[in-house]
Design a protein around this ligand. Structure first.
Ligand SMILES: Nc1ncnc2c1ncn2[C@@H]1O[C@H](COP(=O)(O)OP(=O)(O)OP(=O)(O)O)[C@@H](O)[C@H]1O
Length: 216
């Protein structure tokens, strides 16, 4: 864990480039431990790119970037295991069942069977779904499973790209409750969402992303 007083995310004039195109054009953002920050902005504004940069999955071309106090330019390998990114892909092992996926991620931090069960219960994928192969799940069920994996692996920084998408009403409520619990337990959460009313009620702070920058 980073020291309680140091920010979990610190970006200053961060520039990232994909295919010769600047997907982040000087983004500055600070996120403290326990915050739930909502990224809001139009399609193509740079929200996904910002999340991927913080996850160590997009190279920092120019500017400064630190996560857990570690330099993004040189410590991506150390940063990645402490970060849970839920992107457009759920990152699940398709050949494993729901329970096997959640157990796998739980095992990376030494989670007990009870903790793994509790994570699945929290996201409504325990009972009947637990032994179903991921390849046979619906989109919403995959998303629930991916969220259960994040709970089980005790990610310190949750980076969630439109996590409400594809979830039914109960799933959205369970997601919000899960995020509040995680933040209360010390996790830091950055979430992009087009579901403004719901996400704004969840977030402790909202920032606008426009043209690859974070609006002041
Ligand atoms: N693989 C890529 N190669 C080149 N440019 C890309 C690539 N992926 C995204 N971009 C560009 O980067 C910019 C930021 O995209 P990004 O996906 O970060 O936006 P976003 O705010 O998450 O959008 P949305 O709300 O549609 O998900 C856009 O202009 C987009 O066209």
């Amino acid at each position: 864990m980073s020291a309680p007083t140091s920010p979990v995310v610190e970006l200053r004039d961060a520039v990232a480039v994909l295919g010769g195109f600047p997907v982040l054009a000087g983004a500055t953002l600070t996120v403290d431990r326990g915050e739930i920050v909502l990224l809001h902005g139009p399609n193509g504004a740079g929200k996904t790119s910002l999340l991927r940069l913080c996850a160590g999955l997009l190279p920092l071309e120019r500017g400064e970037g630190r996560v857990f106090g570690l330099d993004l330019a040189s410590h991506q390998v150390a940063i990645r295991p402490r970060v849970g990114l839920l992107g457009h892909h759920n990152g699940l092992y398709r050949d494993l069942t729901v329970a096997q996926n959640v157990r796998f991620w739980g095992a990376t931090v030494g989670a007990t069977d009870d903790e793994v069960d509790a994570a699945m219960e929290r996201l409504g994928v325990r009972g009947r779904l637990a032994d179903v192969g991921v390849a046979r799940l619906s989109a919403g069920q995959k998303r629930r499973t991916a969220l259960a994996c994040l709970v089980a692996r005790r990610a310190e920084l949750w980076l969630l790209d439109e996590p409400h998408a594809g979830l039914d009403a109960a799933g959205r409520d369970e997601l919000d409750a899960t995020l509040r619990e995680a933040a209360a337990a010390g996790a830091t959460i950055v979430v992009s969402s087009h579901e403004l009313e719901r996400a704004a009620a969840l977030a402790t702070r909202q920032v606008d992303v426009v043209g690859g920058q974070v609006a002041a």
